[in-house]
Design a protein. Structure first.
Ligand SMILES: Nc1ncnc2c1ncn2[C@@H]1O[C@H](COP(=O)(O)OP(=O)(O)OP(=O)(O)O)[C@@H](O)[C@H]1O
Length: 697
């Protein structure tokens, strides 16, 4: 397209392609050399630990690149007046140490993502490369010297959406198979702003479905790990997702970006390892997820602490002599320590378990001072032994007993008097009744713990001992977090920062908080700015416009999402019973197909497909989202969040709607999973905002 500013040139003999292909080969050789150097570095071994570790890290990264043969060494190029730079997933240098490919996260790479004809940022040209199975097959140039917007930047249909380059669209529409992939070659300017926000800034992203929140969160983690390598590798980065299926869907993205040192887990994984054997009633869940529980639990834990009576002096042996530590002095120490243990998390200097040890030391030190006043000199070792003596332990068991989280919570649930004391002024009698167990189980290993209990146990453990902390935490699908889950994440943050991603319109948890300011407050970062992402990349305009008719009912304040592309015919509505016809229609279309149905319709749906000879893979909560090639994936509506498929069949929306209190939100989630086409089977069961005037199949 010479003269228009855009060149899409798949021709095999194109001189530009040939030159770039030769450069790609050269870069491959440089990489091989770098790999050899990194290996040699490890082998030499005589270096300081730091350089050995560096070599090991580098080798690890190169290995991960080598294991991904379809990942090209660069994906773009920027031409400045005096030089051209290729941009890739990581730096590549030649034998002389000169840069050949610049890491996408380096400051100089930023213009690749941000420059436009209106604001070229010193660039003459941006080139994007197209690859097929690792082979360089095309390129697309944007001439940034022209003052008029290039076709790539023009709003070609006048609906406010800038047209994307054809390579960007091709990347977005590339059929999905297997896990989520990175978007490093095509990050858009609004996404890039968030990816590169300073480490110190905790950000909260409110984004419509498919705006790239998950992608942005993961790329931000990779960016921060690059920009603050030492600090973040020491402090750690954690990614929290809603469930295992989601984690397995995203778990290839960071390794593909060369980052293998990131912990990924669900909120449930943060808590202690107890078996969930029961489900809460809605009333119990409402209380257990409420932030007032934090105070109730702190009181429950501290109810075991008591100051000794005046008559209860402590008598102990130290270095062969007997000493008496006055009860009122022990009481004063108990009081001081108790105040410190229940201080707000950010100011907490000491935890319950360590405070018990500190109290023992204080008692022994008191005896030591008495000894010194009398002319004796007990050693440190003798004093420490006295602190661990039977006499002191016996006192501690009365005034500061050792406790386990499970005991504290089980005591609370099975003793209405203790519960009433801990909940006084916080929970009313109905709320207390909702928490109560009818009997204390003989073994706590078999206690009827619920998912909400695990978060409460974690809250207690957070008082008992300092939890492992991270320097940065990325929280995805955060709209569903309860207050107590937010606290569980927040206390693992220490001085670090957060990237919080979500969409209030997709909040399906009945106890979710409904407002980002509340979420951020319970996460411990109330000052975080909320940034919107509104350009939807996943879902075609026809489908997102259809689903967005639900927004006034489910999230009235939110703006309607905009679609980056339209696809006529992407939406089809079919009557009930048309599942097989819908699936057969999609059989020869490229890409993945999913049937999303109500959770309790999974078995019947799988059976219907099997009876018709259609192979299917069931997406379970503990499995990956990867289907066998050619299989239809059957997805319970409850697990659909965050995932996507090329073709989606939503089966019997009325059942999905009726299955839970926030059925409308769930419906919005399932209707926004499609990249290429959405078919609704049982469309007559769609709720009012969606049925009238909806296009029929
Ligand atoms: N800049 C981009 N270039 C190419 N693909 C993109 C871009 N941004 C997003 N995508 C693609 O769009 C899809 C949606 O992205 P992602 O899952 O991150 O969105 P989300 O906002 O988290 O969606 P949801 O709200 O449904 O969880 C993904 O396949 C992602 O790779």
């Amino acid at each position: 397209m010479a003269g228009s500013g855009v060149d899409v040139s798949p021709a095999p003999r194109d001189p530009v392609l040939e030159a770039e292909g030769a450069f790609l080969e050269h870069v491959g050789e440089c990489l091989a050399h770098m790999r050899g150097t990194a290996e040699a570095l490890v082998d030499v071994g005589g270096d300081a630990y730091a350089s050995e570790r560096l070599g090991a890290l580098r080798a690890e990264r190169l290995r991960s690149l080598a294991e991904l043969p379809d990942v090209p060494a660069f994906f773009g190029r920027i031409d400045q007046p005096e030089r051209a730079l290729h941009i890739g997933r990581r730096h590549v240098i030649d034998e002389a140490g000169d840069p050949q490919v610049i890491d996408w996260r380096a400051p100089v790479s930023r213009t690749y993502y941000q420059a436009s004809a209106q604001d070229p940022q010193g660039l003459l040209l941006r080139r994007r490369f197209g690859f097929s199975r690792g082979e360089l097959t095309s390129y697309e140039d944007e001439d940034l010297t022209r003052t008029a917007p290039s076709p790539i930047e023009q709003d070609d249909d006048g609906d406010g959406t800038p047209a994307l380059g054809s390579l960007v669209v091709a990347e977005i529409e590339r059929p999905r198979s297997g896990p989520m992939r990175d978007i490093v070659a095509t990050i858009q300017p609004d996404q890039d702003d968030i990816v590169r926000a300073p480490l110190e800034e905790s950000v909260c992203i409110q984004g419509a479905p498919g705006t790239g929140k998950t992608a942005v969160g993961l790329h931000r983690a990779a960016f921060l790990l690059y920009s603050h390598a030492e600090r973040l590798r020491r402090g750690g980065v954690l990614v929290v997702g809603p469930n295992r299926a989601f984690l397995s869907y995203i778990d290839q993205v960071l390794p593909a970006l060369g980052e293998v040192d990131v912990t990924q887990c669900t909120v449930a994984d943060l808590g202690p390892d107890v078996t969930v054997r029961a489900t809460d009633t809605p009333a119990a869940e409402a209380v257990k997820t409420d932030p007032r529980m934090a105070e109730v639990l702190a009181r429950a834990l501290m109810s075991g602490v008591r100051e000794p009576n005046d008559a209860d002096d402590v008598v102990l042996d130290l270095a062969g002599r007997r000493y008496r530590v006055r009860a009122h002095r022990v009481a004063a120490t108990v009081r001081t320590l108790a105040e410190k243990v229940v201080a707000p998390a950010a100011q907490r200097e000491i935890y319950y378990a360590a405070a018990r040890t500190r109290l023992a030391r204080a008692i022994a030190e008191d005896a030591r001072r008495q000894g010194e006043a009398a002319g004796f000199t007990p050693t440190d070792g003798e004093t420490a032994r006295a602190a661990r003596s039977k006499d002191v332990r016996a006192v501690l068991d009365v005034v500061w007993p050792a406790r386990r989280a499970v005991d504290v919570l089980a005591d609370l649930y099975s003793d209405p008097t203790s519960l009433a004391r801990a909940a006084e002024g916080l929970l009313d009698t109905d709320e207390q009744a909702a928490l109560t167990w009818t009997a204390r189980p003989r073994s706590l290993a078999r206690a009827p713990w619920t998912a909400a209990d695990v978060v409460l146990l974690d809250e207690i453990e957070g008082l008992l001992e300092r939890p492992e902390a991270y320097e940065h935490i990325v929280v995805d699908e955060a709209q569903d977090l309860t207050a107590m889950q937010c606290r569980a994440i927040g206390r693992r943050l220490a001085t670090g920062s957060l990237t919080v991603l979500g969409d209030l319109a997709q909040a399906t948890h009945p106890c979710s908080l409904g407002q980002w300011s509340t979420v951020m407050t319970h996460l411990g970062r109330p000052e975080a700015t909320v940034r919107p992402l509104t350009m939807g990349y996943r879902v075609p305009g026809e489908v997102i416009d259809f689903a967005a008719q639900l927004l006034p009912s489910i999230a009235p304040g939110l703006p309607a999402p905009r679609a980056a592309r339209r696809a006529p015919g992407a939406l089809r509505l079919r009557p009930a019973g048309d599942l097989l016809a819908a699936v057969v229609e999609l059989a020869d279309r490229e890409g993945s197909t999913a049937v999303i149905c109500a959770d309790d319709a999974v078995a019947s749906t799988t059976a219907t497909l099997a009876a018709a000879g259609v192979g299917s893979t069931l997406l379970g909560s503990d499995e990956g989202a990867v289907a066998k090639a050619g299989d239809v994936v059957v997805v319970p509506a409850g697990l659909a969040k965050g995932l996507e498929h090329d073709h989606v069949v939503v089966l019997d929306p009325a059942d999905i709607l009726a299955a839970e209190p926030r059925g409308l939100q769930r419906l919005y989630v399932v209707l926004t999973r499609a990249v290429t086409s959405l078919t609704v089977v049982g469309a007559e069961g769609l709720p009012a905002p969606l049925s009238p005037g909806a296009p029929a199949s």
